[in-house]
Design a protein around this ligand. Sequence first.
Ligand SMILES: Cc1cc2nc3c(=O)[nH]c(=O)nc-3n(C[C@H](O)[C@H](O)[C@H](O)COP(=O)(O)O)c2cc1C
Length: 366
Amino acid sequence: MPFVLTTAGESHGPALVGILTGVPAGLVLDRDAIDADLARRQQGYGRSPRQRIEQDRVEVLAGLRHGRTLGTPIALVVRNADHENWRWGMSPWPPEGEPAGKGKEAVTLPRPGHADLAGVMKYGLADVRDALERASARHTAAIVAAGGVAKAFLRELEIEVEGHAVEVGGATGEDDMRAAVDAARADRDTLGGIVEIRARGVPPGFGSYATKEERLDARLAAALMGTQAVKGVEIGEGRALAGRRGSEAHDEILRDEAGYRRETNRAGGIEAGVSNGEEIVVRAAMKPLPTLMRALRSADLETGEPAQALVERSDVAAVEALAIVAEACVALELAHAAREKFGGDAMDDVRAARRAYVERIPWSPR
Ligand SMILES: Cc1cc2nc3c(=O)[nH]c(=O)nc-3n(C[C@H](O)[C@H](O)[C@H](O)COP(=O)(O)O)c2cc1C
């Protein structure tokens, strides 16, 4: 079974759910480490007050006993504390009693840049909420929880994955990024930015050039592009390579007693869709968030009349949050690739397969 995550859950529904398959038996999980990642996803400058309502915690309903994986699907749950305010409006079954709380009235003012208009047309919906609840990035909490499992698995293979924000609204450096968020908030506007994810210790040979489905660069790009608001992905120096000469674009191959090595890493650790043993470096560009407090022009779905788009509690920027989500996405994809490479039902099998492989090749992690 491949290392694959399926998620379900709406932003203000009862909970977010993830089913993770392909995790070998005998992996020790640390609940605090997963909760710490969930907390990191909620932090960052520019987040909305929603983050004060939610204090995400992972629950495990299956696949784990006494903190050790059983080799069977793992069922992860992150509850939405805010659901309390949406009990009627987001009731999975026809609600009982008088309408109460949030979500009582249909939303008919689609936001440019969100799922609203495309969603209602595609699924034949009368209430934009039926589209936006799932399209919302709230369900990235389930991805981060599963990413915590993937990172624990990768750590056993001496691989570490880490993501951080490198640019917010065109600004770099913590002070300038915060100032950019403050300025956007004052103008009731939103920002995007750039995140970078680095994976150390990945041996050569994850992914393959054999088919486009197997290429590691394509898979990482899909994993990141599959995240809300991500509009561009770069592997290594990415777009900048297009403007250079070959002599300035590639990483020359050197050899010493520890194995092959490079002095540069412009390729970001992937050549021909295969990891080459250098650090994997991936960047994702996030567009500015589509819910603006100073709403953009839209049209009312009921009347067809010009109107202002929906204004709903929203982040000014979520680039730091995206960094944690992107870290989880990359970890999940690398864990998938590691399972393909090393197989095994129990962690001991996987560790032994990695050891034998690393002994066979002239490479050592840096
Ligand atoms: C971590 C994270 C938090 C987000 N928070 C918000 C938000 O508060 N308000 C908003 O309008 N969009 C937010 N978004 C972006 C929207 O979910 C996204 O733009 C929307 O679903 C449309 O998808 P698209 O941008 O991929 O086209 C967030 C995205 C991420 C990754």
